[in-house]
Design a protein around this ligand. Structure first.
Ligand SMILES: C[S@@+](CC[C@H](N)C(=O)[O-])C[C@H]1O[C@@H](n2cnc3c(N)ncnc32)[C@H](O)[C@@H]1O
Length: 245
């Protein structure tokens, strides 16, 4: 397991700075580009994630954190599905500005804070649930990311990682890779005003561990009952696991 390695980044600090800068530039148009490029299917991916973690949200007094929350779509979906505390965090200030706008519009209480997902300002074992949607792939060190997720969850607490994956059907994978490498950078660049972001996206997906490998990495990192399910033919996979004692 390694981590995100944007072209030109020589070490983990530079990779994280590149990722933060890139999301800062696309933040005002992130939602528009996201929903258009996925034909709005991204909403159903987050909704299915919420359904998967619903038993935890249903517990009275549950505490959840959505890391890499970006503009807050998963955070808000989690908040409206349960009665417990739901927090969000991200290391990119402009993304959190957008998240706070949406939270204010929905008149809900979902506090967000600025933090690197690799160094969360939370006590060990303080969460029942940690979610991350399309953020984990961007971490500069995946093993450190899993270790930090494990640290902040209580024993038995659940991690849910929603991330792009590689479709298991080779023909569909080839079609999807053609779209993501040849077409997506053009449309994404035009919509967001930043072509770099949409050139980085397919590259980072290509380098990201396949679903089975990520599941194994989670087991090695101290999670039990690790499972994954593919959405939309495997374009995306949702991994879940519980922190071992
Ligand atoms: C593709 S966006 C996903 C946003 C949101 N979760 C969603 O589903 O739309 C990835 C987010 O991860 C954040 N991110 C990437 N690496 C991070 C890190 N090390 N610490 C905190 N946030 C990070 C970025 O700033 C960005 O907002």
């Amino acid at each position: 397991m390694k981590g995100a390695a944007p072209v030109g980044a020589g070490n983990e600090r530079e990779a994280a700075a590149w990722v933060r800068g890139m999301f800062g530039r696309v933040a005002p148009r992130y939602d528009l580009a996201n929903h258009l490029l996925s034909l709005n299917i991204d909403r159903s991916w987050r909704a299915r994630t919420v359904r998967r973690v619903q038993p935890v949200l249903d517990r009275p007094g549950s505490r959840a954190l959505d890391i890499c929350c970006g503009t807050g779509d998963l955070l808000l979906a989690l908040k409206s599905a349960g009665k417990g505390t739901v927090l969000g965090s991200d290391f990119c200030h402009p993304m959190l500005v957008e998240a706070n706008r949406k939270i204010a519009r929905q008149r809900t209480a979902a506090p967000v804070f600025e933090s690197d997902a690799l160094q969360l300002p939370l006590r060990d074992g303080s969460l029942d649930l940690l979610t991350v949607a399309f953020g984990f792939r961007n971490l500069a060190n995946y093993a450190a990311g899993l270790a930090e997720i494990r640290r902040v969850l209580r024993p038995g607490g659940m991690a849910a990682i929603l991330e792009f994956s590689t479709p298991p059907n080779a023909a569909f994978a080839a079609l999807y890779h053609f779209y993501s490498r040849r077409i997506l950078p053009w449309i994404g660049g035009a919509l967001s005003g930043n072509r770099d972001a949409y050139t980085y996206l397919p590259e980072s997906v290509r380098k990201f561990p396949a679903a089975k490998e990520l599941a194994e990495d989670m087991r090695q990192a101290g999670f039990r009952e690790v499972e994954f399910q593919y959405f939309t033919g495997g374009i995306v996979a949702l991994h879940t696991g519980k922190r071992k004692e």
